[in-house]
Design a protein around this ligand. Structure first.
Ligand code: RIB
Length: 309
């Protein structure tokens, strides 16, 4: 099977459950507090491992107790951690996440060791990019270094997937041209293109504008409506699976990992989106980031029962 190289952040999530998000200047009581392994990169690596992919992770953590919580979680998912940078001087990245009763979240990041994912660090690990492999990257580590990594991966013959989260101020055209799949959610798509994304028609128009700038395929995650794919042959919406929303943290990460794993297995894009939607749908029924990611058996079971029903 093709290797999946996930490049990105590692965080410990400090998760506060609240009835409603606090308003500006307001002090509120929380319902609960949890410390959970997270970070968009680590979540995607963990999900690749749990969904049966062969994952190499490029990331950085501090040599502290928090870093070990993330690496232990990834080791349990079978991720290759041999290239993860462990730094004595810098603390592991952190995220403070508030989740309300509707399962919606607000996230504040302390980058910490994620800032050590520099161009130099990726260059030192560029030998793991082989023709046919898949690079999956997000933007919680320094973006300039990710742009360079994507261009290098493309030149090395990899398939490149960019999950532009959190949304950058802009994406250079040369990077878009090196991206095979870009996977924003509606909010990120609006930020990247400067276009409205309130309706499916608007999402489609904004996605087309990214295709026109050179992106191979634009795959927009649109929450309970599923995902919209836009490529040279047009646009279509792939509906997702019914699921009771408890916490959407890491749903996008699980979707991206599902897409990468299924493509690595040689599935068609349609099948890959179906598996990605199923994995993400299960993840929103559970609390937390890496704690919410389903196993491949659970995803296959959902796909099977949807087919039979
Ligand atoms: O995508 C979810 C992740 O975003 C959380 O785990 C948090 O660490 C932030 O990086």
């Amino acid at each position: 099977m093709k290797k999946i190289i996930v490049a990105g952040s590692s965080n410990i999530d400090f998760v506060l459950r609240v009835a409603e998000m606090p308003k500006k200047g307001e002090t509120i009581r929380t319902r609960s507090f949890d410390k959970i392994p997270g970070g968009k990169g680590a979540n995607q690596a963990c999900a690749v491992g749990k969904l049966g992919g062969d994952c190499v992770f490029l990331s950085a953590v501090g040599e502290d107790g928090l870093g070990s919580i993330v690496t232990d979680s990834l080791a349990a998912a079978g991720v290759d951690l041999s290239r993860v940078l462990r730094d004595k001087e810098t603390p592991t990245g952190m995220a403070v996440i508030a989740v309300n009763d509707e399962g919606e979240n607000s996230i504040m990041i302390v980058p910490g060791a994620n800032g050590l994912c520099t161009e130099d660090y990726f260059d030192r690990n560029a030998d793991c990019l082989a023709p046919g492999d898949i690079l999956l990257a997000q933007l919680e580590t320094p973006v300039e270094a990710i742009w360079k990594l994507i261009e290098k991966a493309k030149a090395a013959g990899c398939t490149t997937i960019l999950n532009p989260a959190p949304a950058p101020e802009s994406i250079p055209d040369a990077v878009l041209a090196a991206v095979d799949y870009i996977t924003p959610n509606e909010t990120e798509l609006a930020a990247i293109t400067g276009l409205p994304t309130g309706t499916v028609e608007e999402i489609d128009a904004a996605a087309r504008s990214l295709c026109a700038r050179g992106a191979g395929r634009v795959l927009v995650t649109i929450g309970p409506r599923g995902a919209l794919l836009c490529d040279e042959s047009g646009s279509r919406v792939y509906p997702t699976f019914d699921a009771k929303r408890v916490d959407t943290t890491a749903a996008g990460d699980t979707f991206n990992a599902g897409l990468a794993v299924s493509l690595a297995e040689g599935a068609s894009l349609e099948e890959a989106i179906r598996l990605a939607n199923a994995a993400a749908a299960i993840s929103i029924t559970r609390k937390g980031a890496q704690t919410s990611i389903p196993s491949r058996a659970e995803v296959d079971q959902l796909l099977q029962s949807a087919q039979e029903g």
